[in-house]
Design a protein around this ligand. Sequence first.
Ligand SMILES: [Fe+2]
Length: 271
Amino acid sequence: MKIGIISDIHIDINYTDRDLVTPAICRYIKENSLDLIIIAGDVASDYQLTLTSLKEIEKSGNVPCLYVPGNHDIWTENHPDKTSWEIYELLKSHSHNLANGSYEIDKNWIVIGDLGWYDFSFGDTQYSLEDFSRMKYEKRVWQDSIWSVWDRSTLEMHRYFIKKLESQLNRYRDKNIIVVTHVLPIKDFTVQPLSPMWEYMNAFLGSSEYGELILKYPNVKYAVSGHVHYRKRKVIKGTEFICNCLGYRTEWYENDNADVEVNRAMMTVEI
Ligand SMILES: [Fe+2]
């Protein structure tokens, strides 16, 4: 079983005269004979585009496309008549959205996950809860403060997702697990080296609680995340943490070719 892992494909931001990224992913799936693909969120900042891309990947790639929403996917920017909760629910129409529930690969392996949120634990301790709640560093505004419209506080959102993850981890103690979150579970994947701005902004990238929780379950073999546009892997106590983003075209390695960059970005694991 060959699984492709990628995140943050941002098909809208990477759009030229057309979506170049979705077809490139479909070609990769076929050329590399993948059996399954996992996308750890941020397909687009418009849930309708996200759903179209996921559908196309399953149709043309002819594999299940497991997915968790990213913060961009639930933004209300292009749908001001909706809340992020409503968009989160609409994204569940993609049947392989892990927010719907687990995906059983076979009798030994299961994939679970959801967006996750942040609790400021990756931010520098010089800042208070009140400072982080402003989500603004000098002139730079963290865009979730505008476009992520939940009916709960940031910390309550984090609690919602961590409780859900914990109950799923408890349910599947007898299986090998792949956990997928959009946000980061470990500090190693935050923006480094630190600039004064990122000492503050790292607060919005994830929570150390996800990593601590995951590491209580040795049967979690892989913990996939995205959100920060890095490509990193790190093994901690037998669990491989993977953060694997395609990112923005402006960040690609001196090329403008989606096929080349998907090839570079895609990580594959065999189970
Ligand atoms: Fe993100």
